[in-house]
Design a protein around this ligand. Structure first.
Ligand code: R5P
Length: 297
């Protein structure tokens, strides 16, 4: 097995290689004056399982193009199989055609990856696992969707959040809160939106839980603008929660996301290294390394 960290995930690629006890072979990468990427594989891949590690957080399009080039080059140079580890899979939120003529972005990404020669795609906490499975059926690529939520919960348990309430920002993400709750040992639930009669503003509340004086953790797959997380944290503080931790797998933290979440009252913010940021206190290297042992010959 040859581990090939791409330009967007050099650190994570090296951590995965270390877990497997093998060398990492980062690609050579330059950007031409017009913005195009130059990619060169630095180790022979013929007859090997070539494992490319490349996240696709912003700038998504450039990173996807680099990913396609790495996969296509490995396939072209005779790799026995091409495994793409794409911890944060961009374009996964546009998985249905809501209006006539819309591009099915997730479908396009999978098609291009397959055409580039990828045999296996490993992702972490895909935005909608059901949609990913449905779209995958239209392609020949095998998709493995792992979750980092238990790792985030373990991290929080070690920081005395054991027994805290685990919450999801909406009903669709309740499985995240349930996974977190199993590790933390507390109750799990999700938020509902309620319109304040006086101000007309939407607020997020947890209905049947008495969280006064208790710790809580909000688990989400993505923090992008921070709006969802900030509203959830604010709602918990308003309902009397003691400490509130904001935990997500993919911390994009666009614009003033951190400020919004802190101002809402979060006592702790934690994310993983699927997207590197100052909040990446939890690494997904171990779960990826374990899955790689299963999917590579
Ligand atoms: C939504 O369905 C996702 O699970 C996240 O809650 C959302 O993408 C977070 O976005 P933002 O940080 O911009 O509110």
């Amino acid at each position: 097995m040859i581990i090939i960290p791409g330009p967007a995930s050099r650190g994570l690629g090296e951590r995965i290689a270390a877990k497997l006890g093998v060398d990492a072979h980062p690609v050579e990468h330059r950007v031409f004056p017009d913005g195009e990427s130059y990619i060169r594989l630095t180790a022979p891949v013929e007859g090997e399982a070539a494992v490319i590690v490349q996240t696709t957080s912003p700038p998504q399009d450039a990173r996807l193009m680099q990913l396609f080039m790495m996969a296509a080059t490995a396939a072209d140079l005779g790799a026995e199989s091409v495994v793409c580890v794409v911890p944060y899979l961009a374009y996964a939120r546009q998985d249905k055609r809501f209006l006539d003529g819309e591009a099915l972005s997730l479908d396009v990404v999978l098609k291009l990856l397959e055409d580039a020669g990828a045999d296996v795609l490993i992702v972490i906490d895909a935005h909608n696992a059901d949609s990913l499975r449905r779209v995958q059926r239209r392609h020949g690529i095998r998709v493995e969707n792992l979750s980092a939520i238990p790792l985030l919960a373990e991290h929080l348990r070690e920081r005395s959040y054991g027994g805290a309430y685990s919450l999801a920002p909406d009903e669709g993400a309740v499985h995240l809160a349930e996974m977190g709750g199993k590790v933390l040992g507390g109750t799990s639930d999700f938020f509902v939106k309620r319109r304040d009669r006086r101000t007309g503003e939407i607020e997020m509340v947890v209905k049947d839980l008495d969280i006064r004086g208790r710790d809580a953790v909000v688990f989400d797959d993505i923090i992008s603008s921070g709006g969802t997380m900030a509203r959830a944290v604010e709602g918990l503080k308003r309902q009397g929660a003691e400490r509130v931790a904001a935990a997500c797998t993919h911390g994009l933290f666009m614009g003033d996301a951190e400020k919004r979440i802190r101002e809402a009252g979060a006592d702790l913010i934690v994310a993983t290294d699927t997207v590197e940021s100052k909040f990446s206190a939890v690494s997904v290297a171990r779960i990826i390394a374990e899955r790689l042992k299963e999917v590579t010959p």
